[in-house]
Design a protein around this ligand. Sequence first.
Ligand SMILES: [Ca+2]
Length: 207
Amino acid sequence: MFLFPLAEIESSPSTDTKKPRPNLRNLALRGKATQSTDYGTGFALNAIDGNHNGVYYGGSCTHTKAESYPWWRVDLKRKYRVMSVSVTNREDCCSERINGAEIRIGNSLKNNGNNNPVCDKISSIPAGNTITFQCEEMEGRYINIVLPGREKYLTLCEVEVRGIAAKSPQKELSLSLIERVVMRRGKLHFTVNIANLWQLKRSKKRN
Ligand SMILES: [Ca+2]
């Protein structure tokens, strides 16, 4: 460990980047939603309109046609480490239709994103209720909800996604360089992790 005077370091002294922040905002509200098919006015964006109304004819729930493996997806437009996904089920009818749906998170659009890793499987959600599924910081830009099976309808009245922006491995490494900041004789000194410094230099050379 070496001590460097402030003038030699350009990085921010803050290294506290890994703690989940409380009251994370709902990322889905700024996303772009799509789904396998539209039934009536049950458009994909109804699940990210900020309205939890579970009555389908209230105009705030999605609805696919009856098909094999119907799916819904929200594109968060950049990569996030996803803490949780909350799903609100339909209230006025057919609440069992959601049973068995899978929540998938990842960065691939292969098979419309339905091959991405599974965060959780929905066993059931009582009519009109919202259940939150913990995703343990799974990284992804796309959140899919897919319902395995044939002749299935997928209806979602609201989907909320909470997480923090995923940083590039190089940026993570940069932020991990500075381990400690102390004030000595009126000057700030930074304790730098030399092992991470060499690792960062090597990764920059590779790029
Ligand atoms: Ca809604």
